[in-house]
Design a protein around this ligand. Structure first.
Ligand SMILES: Cc1cc2nc3c(=O)[nH]c(=O)nc-3n(C[C@H](O)[C@H](O)[C@H](O)COP(=O)(O)OP(=O)(O)OC[C@H]3O[C@@H](n4cnc5c(N)ncnc54)[C@H](O)[C@@H]3O)c2cc1C
Length: 390
């Protein structure tokens, strides 16, 4: 069997979107996944697809992606559960109203079509179920959400149709280099010769960079996620809040998916039913439920279907690393999405294909350089919070 030209480590949305984009070339592509597709952040996620609330350097990626999302069903030939009903970011007090007003001003400057609503009745016109206590909000009508597992599966199936091979339940253990370029990789099952390796393995990125003497400064906090049983449809947009301690959406099937903000996590990633599992606590669940009922009082009547912890690959500036590593030709990194890499996956997949093909990236990626942390070593820990999702 011929060796693959490109190995992608990780079958989350990043790896699968890159695989699909690269499947349009005549390169031989293989994706290697330790568990199964979408078994980590891309399955744990809230799956908001938003431009609003993003750092100005990410807005071009988010806008590009929002152009792509409505067409993905046709392009991929599979369902994504995408719906474009907006994103409301709420202010629960005067201080939060100032945060939201400033956010809207900055984002308008960055060219986003976003409104500031400062009357409860205008906000409730969009979502009548919201509490009377919400005093202001931003609304970006072109934001939305999708079904994460369906989307990853749709990317994977489309890539497979174009000849990409997926190997699940196989862990990449080491990247071997020769004369400053990628030469092969070692997995839990075999050695594979290849010239190009894309690291799309989320929080585990450093485990493969380490033996090359490199790392991305990553924190790994947890986000608590609660899913309710199906209930009557009362929420169309994705909800976020000014200080990022809550986000939620109602899935198309009627279940609510509710997430906390980032919370400190000192735990150990375990395995349950042969899948990775990060335990959250009653305290974190309690906090998240209390916040959600403050915002939508009717949620107090919903039954809980499930809950889980989702780990975040958080960089010091809460921006991703998307780069070709200069020291080793053929080594490309895409990690550190800091809790908002789902919505921009169409852009990221395209950019990773550009980097692999040595084409100029279709969108600016200088702010996402692997080397920025060395230059900017006065970044304080504080700068990576809050990270917004939803
Ligand atoms: C609770 C939560 C809420 C979020 N909400 C949003 C949101 O609303 N909007 C948004 O845009 N983003 C959101 N995000 C972030 C978004 O989900 C992630 O940024 C995105 O899914 C990252 O995808 P990925 O493919 O880069 O990483 P992952 O999905 O983590 O995929 C990495 C894959 O690599 C595999 N892997 C790891 N190491 C190896 C190895 N050595 N060998 C082989 N395979 C390996 C893993 O098993 C995994 O499947 C949220 C994240 C969480 C956790």
């Amino acid at each position: 069997m011929n060796s693959p030209d490109v190995i992608i480590v990780g079958a989350g949305i990043t790896g699968c979107a890159a695989a699909f984009e690269l499947s349009k070339s005549n390169l031989k592509i293989e994706v290697i996944e330790k568990y199964q597709p979408a078994s980590m952040a891309s399955g744990w996620t809230l799956a908001g697809v938003r431009q609003s609330g993003r750092h100005s350097t990410e807005i071009p990626l988010a806008k590009y992606s929002v152009q792509e999302w409505p067409n993905l069903v046709e392009i991929l030939g599979g369902d994504t559960g995408y719906t474009q009903m907006g994103n409301l970011r709420l202010a629960r007090n005067e201080e939060e109203a100032i945060t939201i007003r400033n956010l809207v001003r900055d984002q308008e400057k960055a060219g986003l079509d976003i409104k500031y609503l400062n009357e409860n009745k205008d906000i409730k016109e969009i979502t009548p179920a919201l509490s009377k206590k919400i005093i202001a909000a931003s609304f970006c009508s072109t934001d939305g959400h999708a079904e994460p597992i369906k989307t990853v599966q749709a990317y994977k199936t489309a890539a497979e149709r174009n000849g990409v091979t997926f190997s699940n339940h196989e862990e990449v253990l080491k990247i071997n280099v020769k004369s400053n370029r990628v030469s092969s990789i070692r997995t839990s099952k075999r050695n594979i010769d290849t010239q190009t390796c894309i690291l799309a393995n989320g929080i585990h990125c450093n485990s493969l960079l380490k033996s090359l003497g490199m790392k991305i400064p990553l924190d790994v906090p947890i986000v608590t996620v609660i899913q309710t049983e199906k209930t009557a449809k009362i929420l169309n947009p994705v909800i976020g809040v000014a200080n990022a301690d809550l986000a939620m959406r109602q899935e198309l099937n009627g279940c609510f998916r509710i997430t906390s903000g980032v919370q400190k996590w000192g735990g150990k990633l375990e395995e349950k039913n042969s899948l990775p599992y990060a335990a959250t606590s009653l305290e974190k669940i309690h906090f998240t439920i209390a916040r959600s009922i403050e915002v939508i009082p009717k949620l107090s009547q919903c039954s809980i279907k499930s809950f889980w912890g989702g780990l975040i690959d958080l960089t010091p500036d809460a921006l991703p690393v998307i780069d070709q590593i200069k020291e080793y030709e053929g080594l490309i990194v895409a990690s550190g999405f800091s809790g908002h890499g789902f919505g921009i996956a169409p852009a990221i997949g395209g950019i990773l294909a550009d980097l692999t093909m040595k084409d100029p990236p279709r969108l600016p990626i200088d702010p996402f350089s692997f080397y920025r942390f060395k230059k900017n070593n006065n970044l304080k820990e504080k700068e990576n919070e809050p990270t917004l999702h939803g």
